[in-house]
Design a protein around this ligand. Structure first.
Ligand code: DC
Length: 228
């Protein structure tokens, strides 16, 4: 499929399968995939390692200054790095998931991440997933998709993902983490998670990944002159 220079913004709650979908979509369309949540996760990992966040989620004000010299980047194959260190595995643990929402609610953290996302997005031809891509980061994105799925389906996906990574999760903890994150993400003051008015809704509770891709390709075909 050959497309014009576009940004596809994919937003939605935790564990709706955004990144799996966005990654495959980018591959199929020859676009670059950018995972905005990875940057919030990397900031959280950094705050934990530098003891700038307590177990009770009390965040030290020094985090703001410390971010100025935090060298976050993506590699060409989409892995997240802090300087030369690949942190892809560490940022996906339940410990990071448990503290990422309060970190992502801080306006100075959002500004820091938004700057990086704008820098990465300037090249165009990207699929970016997150919570506020279609509303705040790229409000002019040509295609916006808002993903949803039932809580049960989302919890099972997250659980399976953690097991596949060798973790030993407890289902109740996974559900609790999802609920807490969704609540904080959609109730924070700065750029809360919400559906953009011009977003297409994709409820994938009962869909396979290939059905999702077929759905979005149909949508793109209706919008653009496409050459397969
Ligand atoms: O998509 P994810 O689960 O990896 O995102 C991790 C956290 O980062 C999530 O709890 C909310 C936050 N996030 C955000 O606030 N805005 C984004 N654009 C992406 C993620």
């Amino acid at each position: 499929m050959k497309l014009p220079d576009i940004i596809i913004a994919i937003d939605g709650c935790s564990s709706t399968g955004k990144s799996t979908f966005a990654k495959l979509l980018a591959k199929e369309l020859g676009l670059v995939y950018l995972d905005s949540g990875a940057l919030y996760r990397a900031v959280t990992l950094f705050a934990q390692e530098e003891h700038l966040i307590s177990r009770m989620n009390i965040i030290r004000p020094e985090l703001e200054g410390a971010l100025r010299s935090l060298p976050l980047r993506f590699s060409a194959d989409n892995r997240t790095f802090i300087g030369d260190r690949c942190v892809e595995r560490e940022i996906r643990t339940l410990e990071v998931s448990a503290q990422v929402s309060p970190i992502a609610a801080l306006p100075y953290v959002r500004n820091f991440v938004d700057e990086k996302l704008h820098e990465f997005g300037r090249q165009g031809n990207v699929v970016m997933d997150g919570r506020d891509i279609g509303t705040t980061v790229f409000p002019d994105a040509q295609v916006k998709i808002f993903m949803t799925a039932s809580e049960q389906v989302r919890a099972q996906r997250r659980y399976d993902e953690l097991v596949a990574k060798g973790e030993n999760p407890v289902m109740e903890d996974v559900v609790e983490n999802l609920r807490q994150r969704d609540y904080i993400d959609s109730h924070r003051e700065t750029s809360p998670l919400r559906q953009a008015a011009d977003a297409y809704v994709l409820d994938n509770s009962d869909m396979t990944l290939s059905e999702e891709i077929a759905w979005v390709k149909g949508l793109l075909r209706g919008k653009y002159t496409i050459y397969d």
